[in-house]
Ligand binder design. Structure first.
Ligand SMILES: *Cc1c(COP(=O)(O)O)cnc(C)c1O
Length: 399
């Protein structure tokens, strides 16, 4: 019963969110992608190939780890789902492998994707390399300079980097230009979306490929703790790691789910990327979502210290889960995330991604607010990419 409501309807809506607002020719292509996806996930050979890659290439299953030191210090039982241990350092490889395998099955020759900080670009370039596909990554000229290590990684992996020179030369323009290129090449190329966003059927496809997180975590938690967690926490950018984790627990009524959005520098428009908390209904990049916008409906720039979280909208299913109250969405500031970054590093010897640090920060707050709970946190990625930045940031922190 519940599950039926939590699946997109025929037009791709979760409640009033989602859908597909694309021109007719692309809409037909997206229908073909959906059909190919449904056939693929019911095809044993596709499942076997994907499972093989997840296990022997990406390193799944990622463990659930009981954080003894933090638990003792904060008075709760805190567990981490270790997506940081995956090949390429985050959960993104889960959906990138799925999308690339689907592209190959459809006879496509190329993956097209946009990237902001470069994480999605690296995961896509990796999947393209192993699947023998060409790969065009659209990236703002400003981001290309800022994110040199990831640009170099993508080049080494054989991807073609397309520099985007329009507008603010960052993620939003990269999405626009990647999509224009795709609309000319869709017969031979596949768009590889980087989160549980975009027009139907991509939110559904991404959730499916990320649901491995929640399926594994639920079984692993039961085995270790002999009960379900009281609370499950994940950070929300576009929402892929969170929806993957939550999907394992949506039907467990006793399990409270928390999605953590970036409050950045504060509540002011342009200072954060908390789309559910501050967004209003609107259409962006071909789907209906909660969008950060001004009174006239102009889409606002999103900001977070964690560049993987700074998208001005969010996956449609999160909007719906917020509306029906199944998931509580709350916020964490830049400073709180940086403090949690250090706390996890010092107490447990795990350096988390700044994105994941938002979830860690919230879990520690939750532990203090409600003692003795069992809290499962999705550690979506590792912090290697953030080290240089954090060293500089700490120096400028006034506190
Ligand atoms: C990209 C990224 C995120 C944010 O993306 P979601 O789709 O919201 O999961 C979170 N954590 C890490 C480590 C990332 O690289």
């Amino acid at each position: 019963m519940l599950m039926e409501k939590l699946t997109a309807d025929k037009q791709g809506y979760f409640g009033k969110f989602g859908g597909n607002y694309l021109p007719d020719d692309l809409k037909m292509e997206f229908d073909r992608i959906y059909k190919a996806f449904q056939e693929a996930i019911n095809d044993v050979s596709f499942q076997q190939e994907l499972n093989y890659l997840l296990k022997y290439y990406a390193g799944r299953p990622s463990p659930v780890y009981y954080a003894k030191n933090l638990s003792k210090k904060y008075g709760a039982d805190i567990y981490f789902k270790r997506e940081d241990l995956n090949h390429t350092g985050a959960h993104k490889i889960n959906h990138s492998l799925g999308e690339a395998l689907l592209a190959k099955r459809m006879g496509k020759k190329k993956l097209i994707a946009e990237t902001g900080a470069g994480q999605h670009g690296v995961a896509t370039a990796t999947a393209a390399a192993i699947m023998g596909l060409e790969c065009d990554i659209y990236m703002g000229a400003v981001d290309i300079i800022k994110e040199k290590p990831n640009v170099d990684r993508m080049k080494i992996l054989g991807a073609n980097i397309v520099s985007v020179e329009s507008g603010t030369k960052t993620l939003k323009e990269a999405v626009d230009e990647a999509f224009i290129a795709y609309s000319k090449e869709y017969e031979t190329a596949m768009y590889a979306i980087g989160s549980a966003v975009g027009p139907h059927p991509f939110p559904t496809i991404i959730e499916h490929f990320q649901s491995v997180i929640g399926t594994e975590a639920r079984a692993q938690f039961l085995e270790q703790a002999e009960t379900l967690p009281d609370c499950v926490v994940a950070c929300v950018g576009g929402g892929s790691n969170a929806i993957g984790m939550f999907s394992g627990f949506l039907e467990d009524e006793s399990v409270r789910l928390f999605g953590v959005e970036p409050l950045g520098k504060g509540e002011k428009v342009g200072d954060n990327a908390a789309s559910i908390t501050y967004g209003k209904e609107g259409i962006i990049h071909g789907f209906k979502s909660l969008v950060l916008q001004d009174e006239e409906g102009n889409i606002q720039n999103a900001y977070s210290v964690a560049s993987g979280l700074d998208y001005p909208a969010v996956g449609p299913k999160h909007c719906y889960l917020h509306e029906i109250g199944r998931v509580k969405y709350d916020v964490i500031t830049d400073d709180e995330a940086i403090n949690a970054f250090y706390e996890l590093s010092r107490e447990e010897g795990i350096i988390p991604a700044l994105e994941s640090s938002h979830a860690v920060a919230y879990a520690l707050k939750l532990a203090k607010r409600e003692p003795n709970k069992k809290i499962l946190v999705n550690l979506s990625g590792r912090g290697d990419k953030d080290i240089e930045f954090v060293m500089k940031y700490k120096n400028t922190m006034t506190k």
